[in-house]
Design a binder for this molecule. Structure first.
Ligand code: FES
Length: 113
């Protein structure tokens, strides 16, 4: 399993970015920590396919606790990656399955369908 980051390297409630090899391609992944859990999505906005961070690993979070795409402001729920405001409302980020083992955040073998 690919090691992406350690849990301690992500502030609780914050974000990080990591490179992962998915289906043989290097992809940027958004990581969001929520206590002892980490959620991950492809760093590709469903609106126009841009990265969501304004600089590598620097993601915007709204006052309402939404992840905001730096390109045109699409806002995503952190629970499920769904866009709830902005130009791609109703679309979702593509989730990436993770495993957390001994404080290490690992890419799970199989991607969710
Ligand atoms: S590419 Fe993310 S809002 Fe346009």
């Amino acid at each position: 399993m690919q090691h992406l980051i350690t849990l301690a390297d992500i502030a609780d409630g914050g974000f990080a970015e990591a490179e992962a090899t998915l289906d043989g391609d290097a992809e940027s992944v958004i990581l969001h920590r929520d206590g002892d859990q980490v959620r991950a999505w492809l760093n590709v906005c469903p609106h126009a396919g841009r990265r969501l961070d304004w600089a590598p690993g620097q993601f915007l979070k709204s006052k309402e606790g939404l992840l905001v795409c730096a390109a045109h402001g699409a806002s995503f729920e952190l629970a499920n990656g769904e866009c709830v405001a902005g130009p791609c409302r109703g679309s979702s980020l593509q989730a990436i399955a993770l495993s957390i083992v001994d404080g290490n955040v690992l890419l799970a073998k199989h991607r969710p369908a």
